[in-house]
Design a protein around this ligand. Sequence first.
Ligand code: NAP
Length: 338
Amino acid sequence: MRRYNLAIVGIGMVGREMVKVLRERNFPVGELRIFARHPRQVEIEGEVYQVRTIEEKSFEDIDIALFAGTEGEKGAAVAFSRQAIESGAVVIDNGADFRLRPDVPLVVPEVNPQAIKEHKGLIANPNCTTIQMVVALAEIYKRFALKQIVLVSFQSASGAGRGLLEQMQQEIRRISKSEHLSLIPQKRDNLRTQLSFNIIAQIGSFKEEDYTTEEWKTVRETQKIFADRSIKITSTCVRVPVFISHSEAIYFQTRKKAGLEEIKQALQASKGVVFRENPEDFPFPLEAQGRDEVFVGRVRRDIFNENSFWLWSVADNLRKGAALNAIQIAELVCATLN
Ligand SMILES: NC(=O)c1ccc[n+]([C@@H]2O[C@H](COP(=O)([O-])OP(=O)(O)OC[C@H]3O[C@@H](n4cnc5c(N)ncnc54)[C@H](OP(=O)(O)O)[C@@H]3O)[C@@H](O)[C@H]2O)c1
């Protein structure tokens, strides 16, 4: 069996999860090179890996480069993806830098695997919140099409990377030793304010129409993945004091006539979804942690509007929302490299 040389760029929350997922899925890895800003050794589930800084020749003989660095001008993908592609690697990027470019496929393997055929060296992994939502809605979309989606997301600290997760752990330690219910004095800086025992109605920065960058991602990425600009999408994305796994309350209206039983049948048949039909058996973020599937429960109809429904979905943002989705894309790429 052919083996593939892989590079992982960035070994934070997502990069570490990638290493675990590669092992769990027995991915046919030849050589594995790990890069970050600072060279060091990291231990992942008992195995020690050497982390190097990127150099000009880093991607030589690499078949697939999985980027999990920070986004933006100084981020890994903007700085190094071109170099990786020119060395002959197929790049799979977790960040937002290239997702909306027309020449870059944005892929969720359960939803639009065919899109990878269009790649020109770079394939983008969608945002965690978007991936989870489109997996939950894909089969419903296929059967009935979607007219409208209203999303409210409850996103975990790990979704913002290692920094916020560690901040929350520190806050909990400090508060548990103090007699106060919050850390005093409070900083009024929304992105850095205390997250523990708090809720922050801002993820990303404010953009057009006072929606945040995260909210715009859920609109534009969902339309791109379904290849359907007619779906009306609106969302409110909220950071909650959960370590891992995002939760989403999703309201949707189908274009074709659909009854509650038909929606439930579509969910039963959905790829990558665990559907809990019993309303009392709704999924929690804690039980999705470390799991690959998107969990769906609390499906119910809107009693005032036809073809309109609510569902509750929970998924591990580091796995299906990032690392697992990227490695599923890598598996599709391998099939094209043979
Ligand atoms: N967390 C999630 O749930 C999630 C979900 C979907 C997508 N994403 C995306 O996935 C990416 C990684 O997220 P994360 O949560 O893993 O972040 P993180 O925990 O903050 O880790 C970022 C990693 O990237 C490395 N890095 C940053 N800039 C780099 C550069 N210029 N060259 C090489 N390495 C660089 C860092 O190196 P050092 O360790 O040396 O500092 C670190 O290892 C981001 O683009 C994020 O938007 C995250």
